[in-house]
Design a protein around this ligand. Sequence first.
Ligand SMILES: NC(=O)c1ccc[n+]([C@@H]2O[C@H](COP(=O)([O-])OP(=O)(O)OC[C@H]3O[C@@H](n4cnc5c(N)ncnc54)[C@H](OP(=O)(O)O)[C@@H]3O)[C@@H](O)[C@H]2O)c1
Length: 322
Amino acid sequence: MVVVMMLAYIAAGLGLSVLILRLLSARIRKYASGAVCRSTVRLDGKVALITGANTGIGKETAVDLASRGARVILACRDVEKGEEAAIEISTRVGGAQVEVRELDLADTCSIRAFAQRFLREVDHLHILINNAGVMMCPYMKTVDGFEMQIGVNHLGHFLLTNLLIGLIKRSAPARIVVVSSFAHNFGWIRLHDLHSQGSYNSGLAYCQSKLANVLFTRELARRLRGSNVTVNSVHPGTVQSKLVRHSTFMSLLFALFPMFLKTPKEGAQTSIYCATLEELQSISGQHFSDCAPAFVAPQGRSEETARKLWDLSCELLGIEWD
Ligand SMILES: NC(=O)c1ccc[n+]([C@@H]2O[C@H](COP(=O)([O-])OP(=O)(O)OC[C@H]3O[C@@H](n4cnc5c(N)ncnc54)[C@H](OP(=O)(O)O)[C@@H]3O)[C@@H](O)[C@H]2O)c1
């Protein structure tokens, strides 16, 4: 009897919660949608490169930059998906200049081949958006033996930026936007075991990779001082996208509570803000969320960790950075 009554209370509680959420969903949606980039800047004659632009936040960033007149290059690991996105962007934006190039950030040979061709065929690069990402995948390695999340989210973009930085500097004023996450707050850089070989937790590995994005941004900004190239990191918000595909728990949460999530277009606003806003022309090394400066966790402000991670990244990739 007691058990039946408890179950009835639980069912009633759940029902009431669902009802309240439904009644408030319009208000919650409005709040969750976040800030909108108000910049009206045109980008005619500018070249923008966006990684992982065939879907989610990257695709919506591409739509916006194309609508401002930029030539937008979608760097995608699956060219077919990239072409489908390019067709969609051209349908949504009349006169869009959009093209697709193959880039697999989990393979340094692919990154080098991409950069070689890019440098041969494209004269300028004004906006680089390091957007692609993988989250909470089971333990996997990139072609070069890096743990997948640190490999794609940090090391792949580190190498790509290194290979393109000369062109970006020659194209100045130019901007780099690094799509990080609020998750950086829960991250820790395991310099002694960057690839989580000792123990692997998919959530912590994601947080580490997003913290690496923040530290990379700060160290790169320091090295780019006086070059008229800025670099800032962003947290896009919690966005309805395919990012959670590897986590059943996160997929369930996203399916149950869509009203708390931003759409990809809403999630793209802070990347667009950092890439276009005139007032940010000389702002570098900062972190943004909802089109405003955002809190950076203490471990994301450590210059020492930023430099150590930088040196380790160069060592792992076999590169030097002047
Ligand atoms: N969604 C959120 O709530 C959220 C929150 C905070 C931060 N972020 C960050 O926002 C960024 C964009 O995520 P999203 O939400 O738009 O996710 P998404 O829809 O899953 O898009 C991720 C993109 O990255 C690409 N990608 C994955 N691995 C790659 C590789 N090895 N080489 C090249 N491209 C690769 C994917 O390509 P495929 O389509 O071929 O897989 C896809 O285009 C990520 O950096 C993510 O960490 C997202």
